[in-house]
Design a protein. Structure first.
Length: 360
């Protein structure tokens, strides 16, 4: 995906402060973007219905129309458009409010040049990926759609709408830590397959297909210095990273639907381990909700197979060896033993899902 050929890519910047507009305009033009600035969000909305940019960067606190209300209006015309919100009041509550309204990311004022450029780059990558997917239905989408059809996913409108929100938020979180849409779909497919083979009820299996891609949504609230670090985390950094479980649970906490409740359980507990050595609470055994135990196993396999900046991904055989024999960091005692047995009977299917989606 080439995001360096960006001369025709237009970015809108909206802020009631002329000095911030000039600063952001200068920073983005250095990278070759075409930038259009607005002091009045109402004028930007009027123009938006005639011409849509690739990415929008908007302040949250503005007179007349705040950034979240602006985001809602933009979403009515193009709900996939990446909108980066800026705020002078950082904190978890701000992150949660931004994500719940489908913000792609949020930046803290005063805006740092590198953070702004990195955020816009990720948003542009996301937009380019969307365009590529519209032009050609990828192999991963075909696999995913076949799976949906095979389990008769003719859900009611409200559930379908919820799923679209989940997918949008999952993609946003994935782009924060350089994951791809392929990863979240693999987690969905693998979790559904494992739940089905384990003999769980049909509704449970349908819900985990939708809910499991939300496992890392809390990463939307993590700082780049921790999330994108190229190497091992310090004890303090690991403590900060572990907060993505509780942040994810907060993001998903306001719905009482079974689907969203399952997504919340998964986000909160998918790093707990069967032997009690996980986080955030050190739960063990059946005290860990079953959906989280399923996703923990599937996510570990996918993580072992995936390339990382500091190591190459393992082969299928090596990933299975680590999960059944252990390597110090990953141990068989981390997993529900009954689920692990079923997983091993399905290991060929997991290899097929990973290889098929990875090569799409």
């Amino acid at each position: 995906m080439d995001t360096h050929n960006i001369g025709s890519s237009e970015i809108w910047v909206i802020d009631d402060s002329r000095s911030i507009l000039c600063l952001v305009d200068e920073i983005l033009k250095e990278d070759g973007y075409k930038v259009r600035t607005f002091e009045d969000p109402l004028i930007a909305i009027e123009m938006f219905y005639e011409h849509q940019p690739q990415v929008i960067v908007s302040d949250i606190m503005m007179p007349g129309l705040d950034g979240v209300s602006f985001l809602e209006k933009v979403g009515e015309a193009d709900h996939d458009l990446p909108v980066i919100l800026m705020t002078s009041k950082p904190g978890t509550d701000t992150a949660i409010r931004a994500v719940r309204h489908r913000a792609f990311e949020y930046l803290i004022k005063p805006v740092k040049e590198k953070s702004l450029k990195d955020s816009v780059r990720r948003a542009m990558q996301y937009r380019v990926l969307q365009n590529e997917q519209r032009e050609s239905l990828s192999a991963v989408e075909r696999i995913y759609q076949r799976k949906i059809a095979s389990v008769d996913m003719a859900l009611k409108d409200m559930k379908n709408t919820t799923f679209e929100v989940l997918r949008a938020l999952s993609r946003a979180a994935g782009f924060r830590d350089s994951e791809t849409g392929d990863h979240i779909m693999r987690i969905g497919l693998g979790s559904h397959n494992l739940a089905t083979e384990f003999g769980l009820p049909r509704e449970f299996c349908e819900n985990i297909l939708y809910a499991s891609p939300m496992h890392d949504i809390g990463k939307i609230g993590m700082g780049d210095s921790v999330l994108l670090k190229d190497g091992p985390l310090t004890r303090e950094e690991f403590g900060e990273m572990s907060k993505h479980t509780t942040i994810g649970a907060q993001i998903l906490s306001e719905s009482s639907s079974k689907l969203m409740s399952m997504a919340r359980e998964i986000a909160l507990y998918h790093h707990e381990k069967w032997d009690g050595t996980g986080y955030p609470y050190g739960r063990r055994g059946v005290d860990i909700p079953l959906p989280a135990r399923i996703v923990a196993l599937v996510d570990t396999y996918d993580a072992l197979r995936s390339d990382r900046p500091y190591r190459e991904g393992s082969s299928h055989e090596e990933a299975i060896r680590v999960m059944t024999k252990g390597d110090g960091r990953v141990m068989p005692g981390h997993f529900d033993p009954d689920l692990l047995k079923v997983f091993l009977t399905l290991q060929g299917e997991f290899d097929r899902i990973f290889t098929g989606i990875e090569s799409s």
